[in-house]
Write a protein of this length. Structure first.
Length: 298
């Protein structure tokens, strides 16, 4: 009798797991096949590399053996849909990323693994800097919980607002926030890629040290760095660009898919870059852009 009961419970668990997986697949498919959503995704992917990477949950539990793929060109919806179909994206718990660097040209890689591997090796090796055109200044706030992350992000936001910087503030999709200033707004055009990467690292580290904001991740600054794609989903959350009000009143419920659909008009929403009235980027760089000498800002 016990064996029969155990078997029935096992079969019920299997059926429930299958239903849950099917529901998650349908939710992903519904989200990513929305035309308004697709338009927002491809706008961010113009001149950027796109990547599919294993979700944080799967990285921790090793539920998937395939870690994902990068090196996609997806500046138009037809490219996006083609890549989704080729990798059965909707059926996999992968997150969407895009490159912090921008490019004048991104080659079209083969879907055949061996050929793609060689093409990727060439692009990320000899031709990467040849086609590189910019590198955004990103601050990644990543804490052990959202309460700490929000507290740290509030300090950064206060600094950015004080200098009236043209930044976008997004929920990372998991336990943090991303601040992004597009490269043309902060780095001189004459800077080469390695110098931009180093200057971004120096500025982030100075903000962390001068303002004592421990939850800024300063290990992210590499030329091939990827960032969560705005409006992509991570589990049941949206990597959502936030208004000032949404950030100030932030709760995890705000970024749940069902709540985003109810409260946000995604069409033409963009990344909500703050529009400066009294931009003071030179003073910001003067304070945070040089080598840190242990001073505190008054």
């Amino acid at each position: 009798m016990t064996d029969q009961t155990d078997y029935q419970e096992y079969m019920e668990d299997e059926a429930n797991s299958h239903k849950k997986l099917h529901a998650e697949t349908q939710r992903r498919k519904t989200w990513y096949t929305s035309r308004f959503l697709q338009f927002e995704l491809v706008k961010q992917l113009n001149h950027r590399e796109m990547a599919f990477l294993k979700s944080k949950v799967d990285r921790e539990t090793e539920l998937n053996t395939h870690s994902g793929e990068r090196g996609f060109k997806a500046f138009a919806i037809e490219y996006l849909e083609k890549h989704f179909a080729a990798y059965k994206f909707h059926k996999k718990n992968w997150d969407l990323y895009y490159s912090v660097a921008s490019f004048s040209y991104i080659p079209t890689f083969s879907y055949y693994p061996a050929q793609r591997k060689e093409q990727r090796k060439e692009f990320f090796g000899s031709t990467f800097e040849e086609y590189w055109t910019g590198y955004d200044f990103v601050i990644d706030v990543d804490a052990e919980n959202l309460t700490k992350a929000h507290k740290a992000a509030t300090k950064i936001k206060k600094i950015y607002d004080e200098f009236d910087l043209p930044y976008s503030l997004r929920f990372s999709g998991t336990q943090g926030f991303h601040f992004v200033i597009e490269y043309e707004d902060i780095f001189p055009k004459i800077l080469k890629l390695p110098k931009c990467v180093e200057r971004a690292r120096v500025m982030a580290n100075n903000i962390k040290e001068i303002e004592n904001i421990k939850d800024i991740d300063v290990k992210i600054y590499q030329k091939e760095r990827l960032l969560k794609l705005p409006y992509s989903i991570c589990g049941g959350n949206v990597a959502l660009p936030l208004t000032d009000q949404q950030f100030e009143r932030f709760t995890p419920e705000i970024v749940k898919i069902e709540n985003v659909l109810k409260t946000c008009q995604i069409k033409n929403r963009g990344t909500l870059i703050r529009q400066p009235i009294d931009l003071n980027i030179k003073e910001f760089i003067k304070i945070y852009g040089e080598d840190y000498h242990g001073f505190a800002r008054g």
